[in-house]
Write a protein that binds this ligand. Structure first.
Ligand SMILES: NC(=O)c1ccc[n+]([C@@H]2O[C@H](COP(=O)([O-])OP(=O)(O)OC[C@H]3O[C@@H](n4cnc5c(N)ncnc54)[C@H](OP(=O)(O)O)[C@@H]3O)[C@@H](O)[C@H]2O)c1
Length: 277
């Protein structure tokens, strides 16, 4: 009997790849035919080389003509948006395509921690898509994730020079590991009982800037000091590194949420999805 098709949108990114990795291991590997949505032949080849069992399909959320062929016959969807300002429109177009397919039984939506409060731009973008999905009639699950540990690779130059620049003052949050997210998504996609649920995912431990700097000191073997620059300095630094203005300003809003301890929680949802409690 042929296996049901799982379409992964955003398959070439951090979370998409982590999820394909988790789905390709052990007894999970025979559950789906993985259909990875890709925008370029080059990335399709690289992904197939890394995961020989998967299929790839051309899918660009900004090219409506690619949507119906990509969703055709898919039974499950893991939908991961990229870092695009038009996220809401992209998500709506994909949700419409999933509905038109007539075959999608479960739409797992990758979202952000705190989406439901709509307090900052990123939350509003993702919540608008969540709401559209909830009203679509499709069966859905939201996987709402907080700031990744892997983001700190972007801070590497400062860390190498002995400084962790992070504008969260004395706030705390619990950074999350992307490999773990792949495992959590895999659990949701391969077990029952997740339909109509929103999971709020944090890392396992609240950390503040000085503690993060100390961890970097320990792993690099050289002193790393925590420095919390003011908002304007952070904004100018992000812009000079090439961040688009909308995203840099969104990140500043997120840092303010962390600085004021509005996201200073450790949610149990992730550990549950990892089978740890
Ligand atoms: N960084 C964080 O701490 C954090 C926390 C929570 C949520 N998020 C959000 O979670 C999402 C996923 O994160 P990630 O790190 O996995 O992202 P990522 O590594 O940047 O991957 C994004 C994926 O989306 C694809 N993509 C981009 N534009 C597309 C389009 N027009 N049509 C089809 N596919 C497109 C990319 O394809 P290509 O390879 O072709 O570019 C890639 O596969 C992002 O929206 C991110 O902002 C981030």
């Amino acid at each position: 009997m042929s296996k049901p098709a799982l379409l992964i949108v955003g398959a070439t990114g951090n979370n998409g790849t982590a999820t394909i990795q988790a789905l390709s291991a052990g007894d999970k590997k025979d559950m789906f035919t993985i259909r990875a949505g890709v925008r370029s032949e080059e990335k399709a080849s690289a992904l197939k080389k890394a995961f020989p069992g998967i299929e790839t399909v051309k899918l660009d959320l900004d090219k409506p003509e690619t949507l119906d062929p990509a969703f055709k016959g898919a039974r499950s969807v893991f939908f991961i948006l990229g870092n695009n300002e038009n996220r809401e429109e992209q998500a709506k177009a994909a949700i419409d395509a999933a509905k038109r397919s007539g075959t999608v039984e479960h739409f797992l939506f990758y979202s952000v921690f705190g989406a439901e409060y709509k307090a900052i731009l990123f939350a509003r973008q993702f919540r608008a898509a969540e709401e559209y999905l909830e009203a679509s009639g499709l069966s859905w699950t939201h996987l709402r994730t907080i700031f990744f540990q892997e983001n700190f690779f972007g801070w590497i130059e400062g860390i190498k020079n002995g400084a962790l620049y992070l504008g969260i003052r004395d706030g705390k949050f619990a950074p999350l590991n992307v490999g773990d997210i792949g495992e959590m998504a895999t659990n949701i996609l391969t077990t029952e009982g997740h339909h109509g649920k929103a999971y709020n995912i944090t890392g396992p431990e609240l950390l503040d800037g000085p503690v993060m700097a100390r961890i970097f000191s320990e792993v690099t073997g050289k002193e790393v000091n925590y420095i919390s620059p003011d908002k304007e300095t952070t904004l100018q630094s992000l812009l000079s590194q090439g961040w688009p203005e909308w995203q840099a300003k969104g990140l500043l809003e997120l840092f303010e949420v962390f600085a004021t301890n509005q996201a200073a929680v450790v949610s149990p949802d992730g550990e549950k999805l990892l089978g740890k409690n």
